[in-house]
Design a protein around this ligand. Structure first.
Ligand code: ARG
Length: 483
């Protein structure tokens, strides 16, 4: 090939990521070839010896010049040089780079998905820990970024924890789709050699084989699904990041951002910029881009293998890395966040966060229709705002005037009933419904989060163990056969 062309089409740089997977695939495939007597035991032993050595040595043992095109060629080249043209030349019997690369991506992705799950679970547990310390920390709940109703910092943090837990569950589902072996599909139509696909899949710790050889080499929807799940996780992460940016601004001032996670300005010495959160917010864009780029690669791509597929893989790794890195740093940041409890409460009070509760109390105590109560409270607040009076200064007289204006009749509440309705703490404790912000309800949510997170962590650990077990077994078998 023209050197420029071969450099252009080479995937060598990105392939380092799949190195160990490629070596494992070659080990498993060679063992199977020997078992099925497709190649003889002595040749298999020589190949396995070399591959084992390569595994021990790592990727730096390979010649990674782009002229060799990709890592699959580089491994074959290595084995051939270490053994002979005749022996090394047998390695690619009954396989192709097409089934091999699809398998290598799946093997690598499996582990990467577990890494991401672990980081996200760490983030969940950090959010839960901070929430546990802030069950009684009253803060404004916002809609339209306007103070809406009082809630607690714990309730707010738990909202994110639930979102990240769903992300973990989505990634768990993706793992299952990924955990299927394309090997044996060869270029696209399998082979007439009497191979054993199930045996190879088993040695590589896969749950099953891909059922159609053409689909096996040409499908990347498992990667699209991973990138989708990762994009959604990143959307959630960016929302949390955005709130940290907002909350830490002087205008909101709801939290103290830990100094270790902020940077100062090179010009303005007073600044404490929320740079970590800003980048976590921004990186979501990149991860969405990876997904939409990958979808564009797949769109209208004819069966079966086309080199277009090669261009999708680096986006997949980037999505993995961004979510893994983002979740890790955000967990660390969250664990050091300090809420400004006083100000949180003040913001909720100042924003008439108890207004809905007051309307609800009017309904309960006076039998008004909610719509009328809503109009009366709205009128009370409009007047108080105009007169620059604080929410706690609302009184029975305000209620009398407003109800007269709105309904042309006087509505009565006892002064203590009015006072109670405006008490943010009471307002929150009254919302003890499942999912609500009352301390008791939030405690239940945190308990649930911990239980579910523990369950997910158990699945992750079991999957990790199964992979490790298969790897150890494979290497042992390779070693045994290489003697
Ligand atoms: N480097 C390729 C990839 O990453 C491997 C398969 C290439 N197959 C081929 N027939 N050129 O997808």
């Amino acid at each position: 090939m023209d050197p420029l062309a071969s450099e252009y089409i080479s995937s060598m740089e990105a392939d380092a990521r799949i190195f160990y997977s490629v070596v494992q695939i070659n080990l498993a495939h060679t063992i199977m070839l020997a078992e099925r007597r497709i190649i003889d035991g002595a040749d298999a032993a020589a190949i396995l010896r070399t591959l084992y050595k390569l595994h021990e040595h790592g990727v730096s043992g390979l010649d990674l010049r782009p002229e060799l095109e990709d890592i699959h060629m580089a491994v074959e080249d290595f084995v051939t040089k270490e053994t002979s043209e005749e022996v090394g030349g047998k390695l690619n019997t009954a396989k192709s780079r097409n089934d091999q690369v699809a398998t290598a991506i799946r093997l690598t992705l499996r582990k990467n998905l577990l890494d991401v799950e672990e980081r996200l679970l760490e983030l969940v547990s950090t959010l839960v820990a901070l929430a546990e310390k802030n069950i009684d920390t009253i803060m404004p709940g916002y809609t339209h970024l306007q103070v809406a109703q009082p809630t607690t910092f714990a309730h707010h943090l738990a909202a994110y924890a639930f979102a990240f837990l769903r992300d973990v569950e989505r990634i768990e589902q993706t793992y299952d789709v990924t955990n299927s072996c394309p090997m044996g599909a060869c270029a696209l139509a399998g082979t007439s050699f009497p191979i054993d696909r199930v045996r190879v899949a088993h040695m590589l710790g896969f749950k099953r084989i891909e059922e159609n050889t053409m689909d096996a080499v040409s499908s990347r929807d498992f990667a699209l699904q991973a990138m989708s799940a990762l994009a959604i996780a990143m959307a959630n992460l960016s929302r949390l990041a955005e709130e940290l940016v907002l909350w830490s601004s002087a205008e909101f001032n709801l939290i103290e951002l830990p100094e270790e996670f902020a940077a100062t300005s090179s010009v303005m010495p007073q600044k404490k910029n929320p740079v970590v959160a800003e980048l976590a917010r921004a990186k979501a864009g990149r991860v969405f881009g990876n997904l939409s780029g990958a979808l564009a690669v797949m769109k209208a791509l004819p069966q079966s293998y086309n080199l277009d597929l090669q261009d999708l893989t680096p986006s997949l790794w980037n999505s993995v890395d961004e979510v893994r890195g983002g979740a890790e740093v955000m967990a660390k940041l969250i664990s050091a966040v300090e809420p400004n409890r006083e100000l949180m409460r003040k913001r909720a009070e100042g924003g008439f966060a108890a207004a809905t509760e007051l309307a609800d109390v009017l309904v309960w105590k006076t039998g008004l229709a909610f719509r009328d109560a809503h109009a009366i409270v709205g009128r009370m607040i409009a007047r108080a705002t105009k007169e620059v009076r604080a929410p706690e200064e609302l009184n029975i007289e305000d209620l009398r005037i407003a109800s007269k204006e709105v309904l042309d009749k006087e509505v009565q509440l006892k002064p203590e009933e009015l006072k109670e309705a405006l008490d943010l703490g009471k307002c929150i404790t009254a919302r003890e419904l499942p999912g609500g912000p009352a301390p008791k309800a939030v405690k239940n949510q945190l308990k649930l989060l911990k239980r579910e997170a523990k369950h997910c962590a158990k699945i992750t650990r079991a999957r990790r163990r199964a992979i490790t077990k298969a790897e150890i077994k494979l290497l042992k078998e390779a070693k045994r056969r290489s003697r």
